[in-house]
Design a protein around this ligand. Structure first.
Ligand code: GRG
Length: 292
């Protein structure tokens, strides 16, 4: 289908451009920091960049010049990578494989991995502040949205509840609470930033946030399904066989249904934009097809 080819082409281009920008942002010629920089770059390599691609597709919907999106997209990728480094540490998820290669702490040690994770969060905020394509109000808005996405009501809060989860008697609402923060929060931030930089009105921003939230739920359920299906080569990370997740709770068959239902809710939210939503819809279907 023509839309598929267009979205694939956009995704390929965005991935390449984001990788170039990330390398530029993380350039460091201080010899004493060489080891830390290697650790940071190691975790910024690879990854599907789905949050960035989503952000650029929303940007396209609101005619945002691409140049204005790079700092926010890279910031979100840095925060995402930072969270993956932390997540893999022995006192968190204790995983040894990430993106098809040894986790950061396996290669560089836990001490360096933690420094790299913190450095990435700091860099994420810094690149927003030095972006000359954003005016001061845009910087303030974007920084507020992005910093909220990884705090108490975002990644950190979701991770906390996940870590403290008792495996028995888990309720669906609790898993939704976790998924909204651990996974959907970064998608929501990506969508809201692009909509706000496109001067979208309040209702449009809300529709994008609703789409992003449901897309995030879908994305996490697919991740859970792939965990259960059990092929480390496909997922490129340790399979969390002993951990409760959405797909384990409701069963594989129901999980497929939930993923499709969330995606349908997402599509309903953006029907508000009429035919202009086609690339976003195609992107959603593409993510959904990963679970098949
Ligand atoms: C960063 C302040 C801060 C807190 C971190 C450790 C932690 C708190 C949160 C963990 C969040 C986490 C690991 C969520 C999982 C989300 C998820 C589905 C990750 C996989 O995303 P993909 O498939 O990964 O986009 P790639 O490798 O393609 O980038």
């Amino acid at each position: 289908m023509a839309e598929n080819i267009i979205v694939e082409k956009i995704s390929f281009q965005i991935r390449q451009l984001i990788d170039i920008r990330i390398t530029e942002y993380l350039e460091c010629d201080e010899i004493l920091l060489e080891g830390l920089n290697k650790s940071v770059l190691y975790s910024m390599t690879g990854g599907k960049r789905v949050r960035s691609i989503f952000m650029f597709l929303v940007g396209e919907l609101f005619d945002v010049p691409q140049e204005k999106l790079f700092s926010s997209a890279c910031a979100i990728e840095m925060i995402h990578a930072s969270s993956l480094i932390m997540d893999d540490l022995p006192y968190m998820d204790n995983a040894e494989l990430r993106r098809g290669k040894p986790a950061n702490h396996i290669v560089f040690g836990q001490d360096v991995a933690l420094c790299a994770s913190i450095a990435l969060i700091s860099c994420a905020i810094e690149i927003l502040q030095i972006d000359e394509t954003l005016d001061s109000k845009e910087k303030m808005n974007v920084t507020e949205i992005i910093s909220k996405s990884y705090g108490m009501n975002g990644l950190a809060g979701g991770q906390f509840v996940d870590l403290k989860l008792k495996v028995k008697n888990v309720e669906l609402e609790v898993l939704e609470f976790i998924n909204a923060r651990k996974t959907a929060a970064l998608f929501s931030a990506a969508g809201k930033v692009a909509a706000i930089l496109g001067n979208a009105d309040e209702e449009s921003v809300a529709k994008i946030a609703e789409y992003a939230n449901n897309l995030g739920f879908t994305f996490q359920i697919i991740d859970d399904i792939l965990d259960i299906k059990g092929d480390e080569k496909v997922v490129g990370k340790d399979l969390k066989m002993d951990k409760m997740n959405f797909a384990k709770l409701v069963g594989l068959k129901e999980a497929y249904k939930y993923a499709e239902d969330y995606m349908q809710k997402a599509d309903e939210a953006i029907s508000f934009f009429g035919g202009k939503n086609i690339n976003l819809k195609t992107f959603g279907s593409y993510l959904l097809s990963r679970m098949k």
